[in-house]
Write a protein that binds this ligand. Structure first.
Ligand SMILES: Nc1ncnc2c1ncn2[C@@H]1O[C@H](COP(=O)(O)OP(=O)(O)OP(=O)(O)O)[C@@H](O)[C@H]1O
Ligand SMILES: [Mg+2]
Length: 387
């Protein structure tokens, strides 16, 4: 993890540099001194920094204000405060500002290391404990392609047929509709209600999610866009970090208008499934989306194209479409109007409603591939869908 040190003097900076040099090499460090006496957080990349270590003889209101402004919005980075003889009042002030650990000066390296390890354990950010799950995003290249329908139903199959613990995050800032594909009623909370909480953890995520099936949880989009104002990419990052510790799959439904928040989720995704239909406006939109992903530096393996609503004799053919978008369609989903519309209208997952329908079989195929179930995922299985 990345640790930033903002020391009050060059002497303290040298002491900390020497002390942290004995760190086993698993962490990255940034060493700075205060600028005009101020904790200059703007000089560090808060998104990628896990711990900030600062020191001061006296606790100044300005320091507390700077730390509060950072911890109020996010649990990352954690703060370690080094100070001489902290009084009880000082400790309370630091705690209220969101400081995680206070270590006494003169520095005892064992105490500082213990504080760092406690934070590492608490935030589950140790490289020694890899996250439990995988983050997979779904994005429509153009409205109505079927991203939400496929992703919500894929989550159901992963949870129900493959016994995986799944969290679905509907990361739409407005008009999120994922819950309606899985339930007749909407839940009370949305991701916007919890994303800024300083103590965001798996309990908060679970209690704010709607349980839509055994093992399957959904964190809804807020019903009003006002609720999303002020949300920061770093908070999206935190939410995903927490979620991925507790779920086998975290499926993220992303709006096709990319911004800082959705880009953070795309960055964090192991795979991005971009959905299109075999109709020219979708094909054009897919070419643009793929171009954006290339500009963002995403690898060809990370980005997967889903060709939805494909018929056996649909023109243009799959080969022609692939030639236009210059990419292979990883997952081809058959068109199945009646079952899909019934599922969408009733809020009952298609696998539950019509387990033998072509779309259900196709979902089984992708889910089996994702979990590495070789029997259900063998190529002939899908080929048989089209006879
Ligand atoms: N394979 C399919 N066969 C038939 N109908 C389908 C199929 N996939 C999706 N649909 C239908 O398409 C409709 C729109 O899908 P969905 O809401 O998932 O689109 P979206 O890509 O998420 O769009 P938006 O950009 O608006 O979020 C669904 O109501 C569903 O009934
Ligand atoms: Mg959608």
């Amino acid at each position: 993890m990345k640790i930033a040190v903002i020391a009050s003097t060059s002497t303290i900076l040298n002491t900390l540099q020497e002390a942290l040099a004995s760190n086993s090499g698993q962490d990255q460090f940034v060493f700075l001194t205060r600028r005009s006496g101020k904790i200059n957080l703007e000089e560090i990349d808060l998104v990628s920094t896990s711990i900030v270590i600062v020191d001061a003889d006296k606790i100044e209101p300005l320091d507390l204000a700077v730390i509060t402004s950072c911890t109020r919005n996010s649990m990352n980075p954690a703060f370690v405060f080094l100070t001489t003889a902290p009084t009880e009042t000082m400790l309370l002030d630091l705690m209220r500002a969101g400081v995680n650990e206070v270590v006494k000066l003169p520095l005892n390296i064992a105490e500082l290391s213990a504080a760092i390890e406690r934070i590492r354990a608490r935030h589950y950010i140790s490289s020694a404990t890899p996250p439990r799950g995988r983050i997979i995003s779904f994005v429509s290249c153009k409205g109505g392609a079927g991203a939400t329908f496929l992703a919500t139903n894929l989550g159901y199959v992963l949870a129900t047929n493959f016994n995986k613990k799944v969290l679905y995050i509907d990361l739409h800032m407005q008009y999120g509709d994922a819950s309606f594909y899985l339930s007749e009623t909407a839940g009370k909370n949305s991701f916007a209600d919890i994303i800024g909480q300083a103590g965001l953890d798996s309990t908060v995520v679970a209690s704010s999610s709607m349980q839509v099936a055994k093992n399957y949880y959904l964190l809804q989009a807020p019903e009003a866009i006002e609720k999303t104002s002020g949300i920061k990419p770093q908070q999206v990052d935190n939410l995903l970090s927490v979620a991925v510790q507790d779920y086998d799959f975290v499926l993220v439904d992303i709006a096709e208008t990319f911004d800082g928040l959705t880009m953070k989720a795309l960055d964090r995704s192991e795979q991005i499934y971009a959905v299109m239909q075999p109709i020219l406006p979708y094909v054009r939109a897919m070419s643009k989306v793929l171009h954006v992903f290339t500009l963002l530096g995403y690898s060809a393996q990370k980005v997967k194209v889903v060709l939805n609503r494909m018929g056996k004799d649909t023109k243009p053919s799959q080969a022609k479409l692939e030639e236009v978008i210059q990419k292979t369609c990883e997952w081809v989903v058959p068109n199945d109007f009646n079952n899909s519309i019934e599922s969408a209208n009733s809020g009952v997952p298609i696998q539950k409603l019509a387990p033998d329908s072509p779309v259900s079989k196709s979902l089984m195929y992708l889910a089996a591939n994702l979990v590495g179930d070789k029997v259900s995922a063998r190529p002939s299985f899908f080929a048989r869908l089209f006879g």
